[in-house]
Design a protein around this ligand. Structure first.
Ligand code: GLN
Length: 256
C-alpha cells in the first residue's frame, strides 16, 4: 500500500514531511507538482521519526524539483514497488538509496551516482559460526525484499527470507527466525549502533553506487537531476548532508 506524504517545510536541520493522505496516480495532481517515490525504512537515506520523514534523498529531490520550478510531493512505498510505480507514471522520480544495476537500467534511466555503498552481513552478537559470505551457504538469510541483498542471495542460488525493511529482518534475526541478515551498510550501521545484540561483519559483499531514477527517455528530469547531483558533489555538500542525517538517524530508536 502506498502512502502519500506532502513536502511541507524545509529547515536547515531536517526535512519535515506530513502524511497527507492524498493519493496521486498518473495525470493527477497539479502541473506544478513533482512527485518523488521513496521507501522510508532506510536510514539515513530515508526514515520516519515521529510524524516526520527525515531524508537525504528528499533533500536531493527537493533541489531537483526547485531546479524544474516545481513543488516536491513525496510518496512512500515498499522498496519493491518503488521502480514499478515510477515506470507506471505514478511518480516523476524515484530516490530510495537505489543501487544502479544493469537489470534496473532496462526499465529506468539513472542519474549520475551520489553515494558509493555496499551490502554487509549482520549476525547475532554471540554467533561464532558465520565469518564471511562463504558461511551463508545453507543458512536462513533475511533480506529486504527486492533489494540488491535479495538479488545477491538469488545469484548465490539461495532463496532468502524476505522482509519489508532491514529493521524487520534484524528483528527476525533476534527472534531466531533467520540465522543471518544481509543488508545495505548504512542502515545496518544505524541499526547496529543502537542494538548490542547484533554485530556487522567486517568487509562488504558488494560495491554499489546509488543514483536517482527517472522514466526512460525523461531527459528534462534527468538533466535537472544530474545538474543538482554534480553541484552537490563538487561543493562537498553531499557529504555534509549525509553526515547530518546520520547524526539524526543515530538519535532514533528502532526504525521500521
Ligand atoms: N541499495 C539497495 C537497493 O537498491 C537497497 C535500497 C533500499 O532498501 N532502499 O537494492
Amino acid at each position: 500500500m502506498m502512502k502519500s506524504i506532502t513536502f511541507c517545510a524545509f529547515a536547515a536541520a531536517a526535512c519535515l514531511l506530513v502524511f497527507s493522505g492524498c493519493g496521486r496516480s498518473s495525470g493527477e495532481g497539479g502541473d506544478n507538482e513533482f512527485v518523488m517515490i521513496t521507501e522510508a525504512s532506510f536510514p539515513p537515506y530515508e526514515f520516519i521519526s515521529g510524524d516526520k520523514i527525515i531524508v537525504i534523498d528528499v533533500e536531493i529531490c527537493r533541489r531537483i524539483a526547485a531546479e524544474l520550478g516545481k513543488e516536491l510531493v513525496v510518496q512512500d512505498a515498499k522498496f519493491d514497488s518503488v521502480i514499478p510505480s515510477l515506470v507506471a507514471g505514478k511518480a516523476d522520480i524515484a530516490a530510495a538509496g537505489i543501487t544502479v544495476t544493469e537489470d534496473r537500467k532496462m526499465s529506468v534511466d539513472f542519474s549520475e551516482s551520489y553515494v558509493i555503498s555496499g551490502i554487509v552481513i549482520i549476525v547475532r552478537k554471540d554467533d561464532a559460526e558465520i565469518k564471511s559470505g562463504a558461511d551463508l551457504i545453507g543458512k536462513r538469510v533475511g533480506v529486504q525484499a527486492g533489494t540488491t541483498s535479495d538479488t545477491y542471495m538469488v545469484e548465490q542460488k539461495q532463496e532468502p527470507d524476505r522482509f519489508d525493511s532491514p529493521a524487520l529482518a534484524v528483528a527476525a534475526l533476534k527472534a531466531g527466525k533467520v540465522d543471518v541478515v544481509v543488508a545495505d551498510v548504512d542502515p545496518a550501521r544505524v541499526i547496529a549502533s543502537k542494538d548490542p545484540d547484533i554485530r556487522i561483519l567486517d568487509g562488504m559483499l558488494s560495491s554499489e553506487e546509488f543514483a536517482v531514477a527517472v522514466r526512460k527517455g525523461d531527459k528534462v528530469t534527468l538533466d535537472a537531476a544530474n545538474k543538482v547531483i554534480r553541484e552537490l558533489k563538487a561543493s562537498g555538500e553531499i557529504d555534509k548532508i549525509k553526515a547530518q542525517y546520520e547524526a539524526e538517524a543515530d538519535k532514533l530508536k528502532g526504525n521500521e
